[in-house]
Design a protein around this ligand. Structure first.
Ligand code: CA
Length: 433
């Protein structure tokens, strides 16, 4: 096992095996630039670039690390990602002296993570959200349509998805305003307007498209992974009451477009490869364009915590795993592009809620509380059916290696009350009597 000269505790998410990319700035230098997390530090790639450490790679002279997003580096392609990662990993090794024994260089390129501000890592062009967990789709289907009709007939034949909203994807730590909208509560004979009463989180993993495809030219399933730059955690906030009124016939719209939170460190696909596992057996066999013999899944442990305003520390409310997902990222990409749809550098794809086979591994409150029937008991005596104002939702995840973890850090977001807006309070149709 390789080690870094920088101390990395076994439970740290950022050992030399990970090396996730992020965009940061600090008080000394307000310019956003690219860094890599190592232990409690961030390695400033823009400074390393100025010292010529990447001169032998495909990004030489392109100033890809002096950017406010990863897009330019992502666009450079798989060969460049591999070369850059090799340079960084080499420089950080405990048995390599170049950086280790050069204190003045270390001072220039290493910052404590507590002293920096992490920014949105990618300029997101498009956002697509899938629905790839069979357990999640089955649970939701059972709640809304009964056990006999849990899965729609198409579900086992294609990775269901929809085109989401890129503009409202936000970085971890961004407050979320409770959405308002139309709902049609049970027993009501007409819709009403007001703050969402059934606000939910969705535990998902997202992946960024590094290099896209030409319009009209599908990406074959066997080549799909070459287009993936890296992965993040995603909380796809959802307004269930708005969703159940609006979703037919075109699917979710406002119930999903107000906020999607992502973790700030983008974990390279390369770092996850030691944790490859088989996904679930696919029966019926998918159509040829979705067929692959690759080990398409990854063993990524996932956790969700909730902290209300009255709680001193967050409480674990569910644990799941990426490996439960039925449809793989490569199948999602092959399906997305089979029409000729062009993916672009900076597109965010998300898996959909990741639920496991047990009650304790359900990936959203809709399932955990079975649409409100089984409230969650919090340690301080409070109960939760849906997310309340002041609640903070924190997600984390990692792959467990032998004595180290390849982790994602966390994605957190706190829910604030809806903002007030002006609406007509009297009816245009009302008659005075
Ligand atoms: Ca979702």
């Amino acid at each position: 096992m390789i080690r870094s000269f920088i101390e990395v505790k076994p439970e740290s998410h950022f050992p030399i095996q990970n090396l996730p990319y992020g965009v940061f700035r600090d008080n000394e230098n307000k310019n956003p630039r690219i860094g890599v997390a190592i232990g409690d530090y961030v390695l400033d790639l823009s400074v390393l670039d100025e010292f010529g450490f990447f001169d032998e790679t495909d990004v030489s002279g392109k100033r890809v690390f002096h950017q406010s997003s990863l897009n330019k580096f992502m666009q450079a392609g798989k060969k460049a990602w591999k070369e850059v990662r090799a340079v960084i990993q080499h420089l950080l090794r405990e048995d390599v002296s170049i950086l280790r024994d050069n204190q003045s260089l270390c001072n220039k390129v290493l910052k404590q993570q507590k002293d920096i501000e992490l920014l949105m890592p990618v300029e997101i062009k498009n956002y697509t959200d899938f629905y790839a967990s069979k357990e999640h789709a089955s649970n939701v289907g059972t709640i809304f349509r009964g056990k006999e009709n849990a899965l729609m007939p198409n579900w086992v034949h294609l990775p269901v998805g929809y085109h989401g909203r890129a503009s409202s994807v936000v970085i971890s730590g961004t407050d979320i305003y409770r959405p308002q909208g139309q709902t049609n509560p049970t027993g009501s004979n007409k819709p009403i307007f007001g703050p969402c009463k059934q606000l939910d989180f969705e535990l998902e993993v997202g992946y960024f498209i590094g290099t896209g495809n030409e319009l009209g030219m599908p990406i074959p399933v066997e080549e799909a992974e070459d287009h993936i730059f890296g992965l993040v955690l995603v909380n796809d906030w959802s307004a269930r009451d708005i969703q159940s009124w609006e979703y037919q016939p075109l699917g979710p719209f406002l119930s999903k477009n107000f906020a999607t939170s992502i973790s700030p460190w983008v974990v390279p696909l390369e770092a996850l490869k030691p944790f490859r596992v088989n996904g679930p057996v696919q029966d019926p066999e998918p159509l040829p364009y979705l067929r692959t013999t690759n080990l398409g899944s990854f063993d990524i442990h996932l956790e969700v915590f909730l902290k209300s305003e009255n709680m001193e520390k967050p409480q674990l409310i569910t644990s799941s795993n990426y490996k439960y997902l039925y449809w793989s990222m490569e199948q999602q990409i092959a399906h997305h592009t089979i029409t000729g749809c062009n993916l672009q550098t900076g597109d965010l794809m998300a898996t959909g809620t990741i639920s496991g086979p047990t009650k304790e591994s359900r990936g959203c409150l809709l399932e955990l509380t079975w649409r409100g029937k089984e409230p969650i008991q919090l340690d301080n005596g409070e109960q939760r059916v849906w997310i309340e104002d002041g609640d903070e939702v924190i997600m984390t995840g990692w792959c467990q290696g032998d004595g180290y973890r390849v982790g994602f850090g966390e994605v957190r977001g706190k829910v604030l009350p809806s903002r007030e807006i002006k609406v007509l309070t009297h009816s245009k149709n009302s008659t005075t009597s």
